[in-house]
Design a protein around this ligand. Structure first.
Ligand SMILES: [Zn+2]
Length: 149
C-alpha cells in the first residue's frame, strides 16, 4: 500500500482588505498608500508604534517633518476590496501606488522619474515589479520583522 502523504495546498485565507492613504491634513497631500486587513484605526496605531521603533523609515521621517506630526496625519480609506487574499490585496495596493505615486512609496523624486524604487527592505526594483518585489523573501522577512511587536 502506498503511504505517500498527499499534500493539499492550503486555500488562501480570505479576509476583509482595504487600501488606505495617509494624508497631511495641512496640505491635503497624499504621501503614503498602504493596504491592510485590520481596521484603519488599528493600522494607524501600528504605524505610530512603528514610527518610534523605526524612525528612519521614509514614511516616518516624512511624518516627523509635518508640523504637529501624527496629529496632522489623517488615514482615509481609498478602496474597500472586500473579502480577498493577500495576493489580491497587494495587487490592488500596487495599482493605487502606481496611480498616485505618493512621495513616501517612492524613495525620491529623481528615482521615481525612472520608476526605480529603493525599498525600506534594502532592495531596489522597478515600480512595475512592485507586486513581485512585495512577495520576495527579503521583503516579506522585512515586513515580518516590522510587524513583530
Ligand atoms: Zn522591500
Amino acid at each position: 500500500m502506498d503511504q505517500t502523504p498527499v499534500i493539499v495546498p492550503a486555500e488562501p485565507e480570505l479576509r476583509h482588505g482595504k487600501i488606505y492613504g495617509l494624508y497631511n491634513k495641512l496640505t491635503d497631500e497624499l504621501f503614503y498608500v498602504g493596504s491592510t486587513f485590520e481596521t484603519l484605526s488599528v493600522r494607524m496605531s501600528r504605524h505610530k508604534y512603528n514610527s518610534n521603533v523605526h524612525p528612519n523609515r521614509n514614511i516616518y521621517k516624512h511624518v516627523n517633518e509635518i508640523i504637529g506630526g501624527w496629529q496632522n496625519v489623517e488615514c482615509r480609506q481609498l478602496k474597500d476590496i472586500g473579502l480577498c487574499d493577500k495576493r489580491t490585496k497587494l495587487r490592488e495596493e500596487n495599482d493605487l501606488i502606481i496611480e498616485h505615486a505618493p512621495m513616501c512609496n517612492m524613495k525620491s523624486a529623481v528615482r521615481a522619474r525612472n520608476n526605480t524604487i529603493t525599498c525600506e527592505c534594502g532592495k531596489t526594483y522597478n515600480v512595475k515589479n512592485k507586486y513581485r518585489h512585495d512577495q520576495s523573501v527579503k521583503h516579506v522577512n522585512y515586513e515580518m520583522q516590522l510587524l513583530a511587536i
